[in-house]
Design a protein around this ligand. Structure first.
Ligand SMILES: [Zn+2]
Length: 254
């Protein structure tokens, strides 16, 4: 299998794709795109593993999103561990902190984030981290796990946060928001971020890039994200895919 590039974060198992999932996959596969599918709760992690088993260009991550942290149990942690032993599972995610929606209490979000980071460390797997309005706590907790591999997915944070994450050895993954009209600060971070430390993603079905903003997103549109990054870097889209593919292989060992 020859891959041109990767969508490093795409919820292809989401019900938004129930009607045409195989067509969406085929459109990306025809363009030689690999897809990393992270879970956000136990059921979606299970579906991610099954998708990876049945599709040659799909790899799974398993994990509990901060929104669902209040439902996470010790049994779930054991189930994640079992899945993580599977060859198709390349990481733990998505995990992290979300102080914007606060669907789970902060204390519980932090505990579940730490539990899953411990699992990733035990299993020597990378993590895909979600962080919204929680930069200080995300950084403080990640710092408790020196040497952890991983990526801050859909990075839309501050330049200071980006620098701190790079110092920890983590990667920054950029999604559709880099194309949004008012995202000048984010595009400045894209222009500055080292090519050997960035990834591209769609976060489908969310966050379609311009000109599809507001519509259901799909993995094929990672090409649009790569085009925006290429414009910021004064390089070709192919170069962005070549570099981010090397980065994905280094972090997730796909
Ligand atoms: Zn996501």
């Amino acid at each position: 299998m020859n891959l041109m590039g990767f969508d490093s974060h795409c919820h292809l198992q989401d019900p938004a794709f129930d009607a045409d999932r195989e067509e969406v996959y085929d459109r990306a596969h025809t363009q030689e795109l690999g897809i990393l599918v992270p879970g956000y709760d136990m059921a979606s992690s299970d579906r991610a593993v099954k998708m990876a088993q049945s599709h040659e260009a799909v790899w799974a991550l398993v994990g509990c999103h901060p929104h669902e942290a209040r439902t996470f149990s010790d049994t779930d942690q054991e189930q994640l561990r079992q899945w993580a032993n599977n060859d198709w599972v390349v990481g733990i995610g998505e995990i992290g902190l979300d102080y914007h929606y606060m669907n789970s209490p902060m204390e519980i979000q932090r505990k579940v984030f730490r539990d899953q980071l411990e699992l990733a460390r035990d299993m020597n797997l990378p993590v895909s981290v979600h962080s919204r309005e929680a930069e200080d706590d995300t950084w403080a907790i990640l710092r408790e796990f020196p040497g952890i591999r991983g990526v801050l997915h859909c990075f839309t944070g501050s330049r200071e946060f980006a620098e701190k994450l790079l110092d920890l050895g983590l990667y920054l993954s950029f999604a559709g928001p880099v194309s949004f009209k008012n995202a000048h600060d984010l595009r400045a971070i894209v222009a500055w971020a080292p090519m050997d430390r960035i990834l591209v993603e769609t976060d489908s079905p969310y966050l379609s890039p311009v000109p599809w903003r507001g519509r259901r997103n799909e993995p094929l549109r990672v090409i649009r994200v790569a085009e925006v990054i290429a414009a910021q870097k004064n390089c070709s889209t192919k170069q962005v895919f070549d570099d981010t593919t090397s980065n994905i292989i280094r972090v997730f060992r796909v």
